[in-house]
Design a protein. Structure first.
Lengths: 262, 787
């Protein structure tokens, strides 16, 4: 680890001020990605702005529209404990990493990092959630911009994520054997006005919606509606854990299973 | 009734109290006054010419004491190899130099180029980044068969090729084997890979070098399975320090699995630098560094042929293996694919003709050496896979095909130069079948099918050779070390005992099991006996722990020393009881004159030895301390039969182990609980190899699976609750305890069962598949099912 300064602001406003002081300053959520990166000396921020002391971005509540609103600084463990009205989201949060990860890692940190194999992006995109920052509200469809890339500006902090609760939903994760991140994860959410299917882990472009499946399931929410549908292997991640063709195949399998289990 | 003490009792592991409560003393817990820290700058390319190493900027960095490069070691010996293999033509293997720090070339990612010693670890690391290294990249030699082609890039320019040796065993068998294969009714051929493994002991390696200017003594604290071996290799061959000026201490060690047998450059560096700088120098390996600096295991590419006659009797086995040595010869690397592999190719079977050919090859990868099982898993895997394939080709029951060919009469001299003293392969197979309810398999298969899963059952046998010996034989085979073991039994005045053993415990439970033996022999409580190991200053010269040798060889030395103690205490007791020595009996810690009620207690006798007021001084010396060195007359041959049931998800290719059963014959068993634990651990490692552990290099020699993000270690939920049994016991005929060794069996015996089971599942489901290379990851299994 290179030497760095650490700041522990207690309000979002103070955190934003610190982050905007220099491009070399870096927000620290639960540190489940950033700390290992620092230990490997792959990042060298001058100042780490620790968000874990900001109480206003922690916790889970329900708004007037019935949406589950999760503070950006809420740990996976607290997401699981507080989101009982959305069982698929609870299951997802309960199955990220191990207890140590779930007690430190935060939903805001995960979304801001947008790891192509992370679980939350699939939930946010499939739910049509809204990502709230200190500056604005960003629709899920506008938020994810490819591997490790998001619509967030420098110094912009995720303060809240608002999840509409679907009629039915399910998340299926096929784990990469070593990291146990999603080799392919599929989140299916059925709303009154349609079905959304989001896929993580598979694509070189990061999380994506499988619109073909959404259309098929919109008319007939059953696994058989997916017969004959598949995503192309081109553009899928290919590595020592599986080829693009394997991942494309798993997208179909996991989608089918999510529909059956929803 | 289970015993509550002594041989055969499941005494609780006394060392676990300190391990589980954070009271252990591991090498990284050792911090010496004035200690400096070293960081190694390692090559990030697999192969290149080292043009220059400019340390000038680094030397001026804060806290830097000195920066060392290869030039500082020009006058120092290289890291030695402990075994010289002679090839098919009677020529010695090619043995390249292995400098402590790279000289002239770098040969694998991780090869140390320079070492920065600084006041803190972070300062050393900072300064290492300021070293300017100029390397001209060379093509990486990665594929073993390509490496042997004419004109291939050479890993070592001074060698004639990348071939370390071309070994034939037994060369005289070759013609008969060819003839038998030609005349066979059926020949089954299988080409397979035994996948390279990264050992990943829980505790990474650590070395602390210390030097006393006042006495000119050097001390090395290190994570070693065999401190005396390190003292000899490093002292005599690298640094030129005689044993009496060099102490090596291996305190609590958190797992080894072979990877901590070897003498590593970092150990020599810390010892060397401590003297140069007159300060203790400490190195603590990170997990990332371990992936590219600990010797790896396995990495064989093999073609095996099994010939059978019309009645399905095995008539010949011929096998050709390419064994990856990596970039340098690690301490025992040459012996693994040869003497620990070729000699086991008879397995449990009376195959009359066997020929083994092994080509050992240098590549630009981390050196490869023994890893739990060491050669024997490679032998077992290919043999048990080809037998399974033959059974399927012939349409016969894989269990019956094995039984039909079992060796049933002992001693049995194999065509590959070893003599099995004892065994009962039908007994372990019977026990296995009793455990696994084979008749119920069809029902379980239907249940799986109802859940949309495929199910398969795989069975295999194994034999291993433990306690490699005797020394005069292994010397002829090329070992540059003896393979005896030592023990000193020191009885204290009030009767307590310290046993100083040359064996080393790094998880095996010696501190519990060894006292059970001595307690049993003397009839005293186990708690009166303590084991010391790991410090060359207070233990007799010993060869350490590997190859499942500790109880068979180290335990036997302890028995011999204890026998001497018994003989002497009987003399003392006879004197105290005014009786004839021949009439003295030792039972339950009491010396009794046979046929009388005259007795004297253990403690009275031991006290007399040290307070010899009433003592036969004219006959025997005072004191009560005896040492024995034990050199076995043969290997021991544990054996067993294993079975695995798997489910395969036909949609994803994911394999889950539904059950795993192991019926082992370890001869006599000292502590059944510890033995079960050893088998459990070995099975987890074998299952890890079969399903998960994938060491992957790219064509440029970069290790792709260089962290736990990509290298999958088995976790608790990857393995089932095992069914293990070691009630089949044919005692070893040539050691005093009748023990055989149990440390590696699980890792040796389990991979073939797993693969056999998956092939079985896929074939039952109609897939045209005869083999899948390990690890059987979901993507590989899926690709095979897809065709």
């Amino acid at each position: 680890m290179y030497a760095f300064e650490i700041e522990r602001p207690s309000t979002v406003a103070d955190a934003v001020k610190l982050l905007k002081q220099s491009d070399e300053n870096q927000a620290l959520g639960g540190g489940q990605t950033l700390i290992p990166t620092l230990k490997q000396r792959l990042a060298a921020p001058e100042v780490l702005v620790c968000l874990s002391g900001i109480d206003e971005i922690k916790g889970v509540c329900t708004d007037d529209e019935g949406r589950i609103c999760i503070g950006g600084g809420t740990t996976h463990g607290d997401v699981a404990a507080g989101s009982g009205a959305y069982p698929a989201l609870v299951w997802l949060a309960q199955n990220i990493g191990d207890p140590a990860v779930r007690n430190r890692g935060t939903i805001g940190g995960s979304l801001a990092n947008n790891d192509p194999s992370a679980c939350y992006p699939a939930a946010v995109l499939a739910s049509g959630a809204t990502v709230v920052t200190n500056e604005r509200e960003i629709a899920a469809d506008e938020f994810f911009e490819g591997m490790f890339a998001t619509a967030l500006n420098e110094g912009e902090i995720i303060t809240e994520v608002k999840f509409p609760v679907p009629e039915k939903a399910n998340y299926q994760k096929f784990e990469q054997p070593a990291s146990r991140f999603a080799l392919v994860g599929v989140f299916v959410a059925k709303f009154a006005d349609g079905v959304r299917v989001a896929v993580t882990g598979a694509s070189e472009e990061g999380v994506f919606r499988w619109t073909e499946a959404e259309e098929a399931l919109g008319g007939n929410f059953s696994a058989s509606a997916l017969d004959g549908l598949s995503v192309p292997a081109d553009g899928m991640i290919s590595d020592l854990h599986g080829s693009g063709a394997y991942r494309a195949h798993l997208v179909s399998v996991m989608t089918r299973r999510a529909v059956e289990a929803a | 009734m289970p015993k509550d003490g002594g041989i055969g009792a499941s005494s609780k592991r006394r060392e676990d109290v300190r391990f589980l409560t954070g009271a252990g003393n591991y090498t990284d817990d050792i911090n010496l006054r004035g200690q400096a820290y070293v960081h190694f700058l390692r090559s990030d390319v697999a192969h290149g010419t080292l043009n220059s190493v400019d340390t000038s900027a680094a030397e001026g960095m804060p806290g830097v004491i000195k920066v060392f490069t290869g030039a500082d070691f020009a006058e120092v010996g290289g890291i030695p190899c402990g075994w010289q293999v002679t090839d098919r033509h009677g020529e010695p293997m090619q043995e390249p130099p292995h400098p402590v720090l790279a000289q002239g070339k770098v040969r694998h990612v991780g090869d140390p180029i320079a070492a920065v010693v600084a006041e803190t670890r972070e300062q050393a690391r900072d300064a290492a980044e300021a070293i300017e290294v100029d390397i001209t990249d060379l093509p990486a030699v990665m594929d073993m068969k390509e490496a042997l082609k004419d004109g291939a890039t050479k890993v070592h320019d001074d060698l004639t090729s990348n071939l370390c040796y071309d070994w034939g065993f037994v060369e005289e068998n070759k013609g008969a084997v060819e003839e038998a294969i030609k005349n066979a009714a059926h020949v089954t051929t299988l080409e397979l890979v035994n996948n390279r493994l990264v050992p990943n002991a829980m505790e990474p390696r650590v070395a602390v070098g210390d030097y006393s200017r006042g006495t000119d003594d050097s001390t090395l604290y290190t994570t070693s399975q065999n401190p005396h071996v390190i003292r000899l290799l490093m002292g005599a061959f690298v640094l030129g320090i005689p044993e009496h000026k060099l102490r090596v201490v291996a305190p609590d060690v958190g797992g080894g699995f072979g990877s901590k047998i070897y003498h590593y450059a970092e150990e020599a560096f810390c010892t060397f630098a401590a003297k140069k700088l007159n300060r203790p120098v400490k190195w603590t390996c990170t997990r990332s560094e371990a992936f590219i600096s600990d010797a790896h295991g396995r990495d064989h590419v093999t073609k095996i042929e099994l010939a059978l006659d019309a009645d399905n009797n095995f008539t010949a086995v011929r096998t050709e293996t390419y064994a990856n040595m990596g970039a340098y010869l690690s301490t025992f690397a040459p012996s693994i694919p040869t003497w620990l592999h070729g000699t086991l190719m008879a397995g449990n079977y009376k195959t009359p003709n066997i020929y083994v050919n092994v080509k050992a090859v240098f590549t630009n990868t981390v050196p490869v050496d023994a890893y739990r099982g060491a050669g024997r898993p490679e032998a077992t895997y290919q043999l048990e896979r080809v037998i399974d394939k033959a059974a399927r080709e012939l349409g016969v029951d894989p269990v019956e095909l094995r039984r039909q060919n079992f060796i049933t009469e002992f001693p049995y001299a194999t065509p590959v130069a070893v003599e099995y003293d004892t065994g009962d392969y039908n007994a372990t197979m019977d026990k296995l079948l009793e455990i696994i309810d084979r008749d119920g398999f069809q029902k379980r298969l239907e249940d799986s099918k109802a859940r949309g899963k495929l199910r398969g059952l795989g069975v295999n046998c194994y034999i291993e050779a433990c306690g490699i010996a005797p020394s005069n034989l292994v010397g002829q085979l090329g070992a540059r070390a003896g393979l005896y073991e030592s023990a000193t039994v020191r009885v204290n005045a009030t009767g307590g005992i310290t046993v100083m053993t040359g064996s080393h415990s790094h998880g095996q439970g010696h501190e519990t099991a060894f006292p059970q033996v001595v307690a049993d022999m003397l009839g005293i409580d186990e708690s009166m006996i303590e084991i010391e190991h790991g410090d060359t200053a207070n233990t007799p010269m010993g060869m350490g722990t590997y190859g499942s040798r500790s109880i068979a060889v180290g335990g036997s030395a302890m028995v011999k020393a204890t026998e001497k103690i018994i003989a002497k205490t009987k003399k003392i007791a006879a004197h105290l009881l005014e009786a004839s020595e021949a009439d003295i009996e030792l039972k339950d810690g009491q010396f009794t004159v046979a046929g009388t009620d005259k007795s004297v207690a253990w403690g009275d006798v031991t006290l007399a030895a040290y307070v010899p007021h009433n003592y036969p001084l004219e006959e025997i010396e005072p004191g009560l301390e005896e040492t024995a060195f034990y050199d076995p007359s043969n290997f021991t041959y544990p054996s067993g039969a294993y079975a695995c049931e798997v489910e395969v998800d036909p949609e994803t290719g994911k394999v889950t182990i539904e059950s795993f059963a192991a019926a082992d014959d370890f001869g006599n068993v000292i502590n059944p609980m510890i033995v079960s634990g050893q088998v459990h651990g070995g099975l987890a490692q074998g299952i890890g190899q079969a399903l998960l552990e994938q060491t992957s290099y790219d064509a440029d020699g970069q290790l792709l699976s260089a962290s736990y993000m990509d290298y999958a270690m088995p976790r608790a939920d990857d393995v089932p609750f095992y069914q293990v049994d070691h009630s089949c016991q044919t005692p070893c005929t040539h050691n005093p305890l009748g023990v055989k060794g149990c440390g590696e069996a699980g890792a040796i015996g389990s991979p073939p069962s797993v693969v056999n089971a998956v092939v079985d599942a896929l074939q039952r489901a109609g897939h045209d598949v005869t083999h899948i290379d390990m690890p059987l990851t979901p993507s590989r299994v899926w690709a095979v099912m897809k065709g």
